[in-house]
Design a protein around this ligand. Structure first.
Ligand code: NAD
Ligand code: UDP
Length: 330
């Protein structure tokens, strides 16, 4: 079905970060409903593999560029999704200044394009804006507990600044900006080497390496399967009128890291042992979204259970293994 904009034209959608894990699934979903997609990506953490099947699609185009330097486009767009930013802690901390500039200068550039083309804009924000939360579960009204000088600040404070930019542009009537606060998301196409918990555990169990638990493993997270997240992002972009407030998108099921390890070991039985490593500085102890707002405004809620999503993800990692039992980039 060809999706129409609110004034009846077909969508041309810019997806910044479209070669990444979430972004590539978003490109797939937009193309599947008939939109034209312009993917902008610098490949800093994304991969050409994620979008290779799209390269010959008549409605897909890649612009290889860093959003910190993206000042203009050569064709109009009517929707802009900003997913461009490393999301895994080791990756966003590898070049923290660039991460912060991506969030601030890069988001600023994309908002200027949204203003210029009168395009709707969706910012991929994060549950990290709540930091190590003092309220549980986290609703959008909670203002967070973030260390602005720690190693996670480039990401947490960068995303908070990006939200401020979005709401300033919205209040000034300069851009139709929307903000999704995304909680931990997983699924096929996570990079084996990206360092996040679910990709680490699956790579480790499939290759027979020890499973790494940071700290006691009693810290919690809520894990959303990528297809559910993409549906939520598209619902927030398309809802009319603009809610004008941030919206949490995540799966409210809450699991300790120890419980997650047990589930992974059940789904992918292996001889792997468990090793404990130090808890990274400022690692949040608890995280679980209150998704009442998304349910009410978007009619959205996740449909894929953690067990089902882990099975689908494990199948994908199994299929990506090399014959020698190792992974590229792991
Ligand atoms: P990812 O690292 O797989 O994807 C990010 C993509 O952005 C990559 O393709 C990367 O090359 C590109 N990129 C990064 N900086 C760029 C720049 N300056 N210019 C151009 N391209 C750039 O991460 P992901 O998990 O797909 O996350 C996508 C978005 O969702 C990010 O903005 C992230 O902050 C947000 N988010 C993700 C999660 C999650 O659990 N996956 C949770 C909260 C928020
Ligand atoms: N973690 C872990 N082992 C790993 C990777 C991560 O125990 O191999 C922990 C990490 O310390 C955190 C949780 O799992 O408490 C989720 O980490 P991830 O990097 O996936 O996401 P984030 O910390 O950004 O929520």
């Amino acid at each position: 079905m060809l999706q129409r904009t609110r004034n009846g034209r077909a969508n041309t959608v810019l997806v910044a970060g479209g070669a990444g894990f979430v972004g590539s699934h978003l490109c797939d979903a937009l193309l599947a409903r008939g939109d034209r997609v312009i993917c902008v990506d610098s490949y800093i953490t994304g991969s050409e593999d994620n979008i290779r099947p799209l390269m010959n699609h008549p409605k897909f185009r890649l612009i290889e560029k860093d959003i910190c330097h993206l000042k203009s486009l050569d064709e109009p767009v009517n929707q802009i999704y900003n997913l461009a930013c490393a999301a895994s802690p080791p990756q966003y901390q590898a070049d923290p200044v660039h991460t912060l500039m991506t969030c601030v200068a890069g988001t600023g550039n994309l908002l200027s394009l949204a203003e210029h083309y009168r395009a709707s804009f969706l910012q991929a924000s994060t549950s990290e804006v709540y930091g190590d939360p003092m309220e549980h579960p986290q609703s959008e009204d909670y203002r967070g507990n973030v260390n602005c000088t720690g190693p996670r600040a480039c990401y947490d404070e960068g995303k908070r600044a990006a939200e401020a930019l979005c709401f300033d542009m919205l209040r000034a009537g300069r851009a139709d900006a929307r903000v999704a606060r995304i909680f931990n998301t997983y699924g096929p196409r996570m990079q084996p080497s990206d360092g996040r918990i679910i990709s680490n555990l699956l790579v480790q169990t499939l290759s027979g390496a020890p499973l790494t638990i940071y700290g006691s493993g009693n810290q919690t997270r809520s894990f959303c399967f990528v297809s559910d997240l993409v549906a939520g992002l598209m619902a927030l972009m398309d809802v009319d009128p603009n809610p004008g407030v941030p919206v949490n998108l995540g799966n409210p099921g809450e699991f300790t890291i120890n419980q997650l390890v047990d589930m992974v070991m059940t789904i992918v039985p292996s001889a792997s042992t468990v090793v404990h490593k130090p808890l990274p500085q400022d690692d949040p102890q608890r995280r679980r979204p209150d998704i009442s707002r998304a349910k009410e405004l978007l009619g959205w809620q996740p449909t894929v259970s953690l067990a089902e999503g882990l099975r689908l993800t494990a199948d994908w990692f199994t299929a990506s293994m090399r014959p020698d039992g190792r992974f590229d980039n792991a």
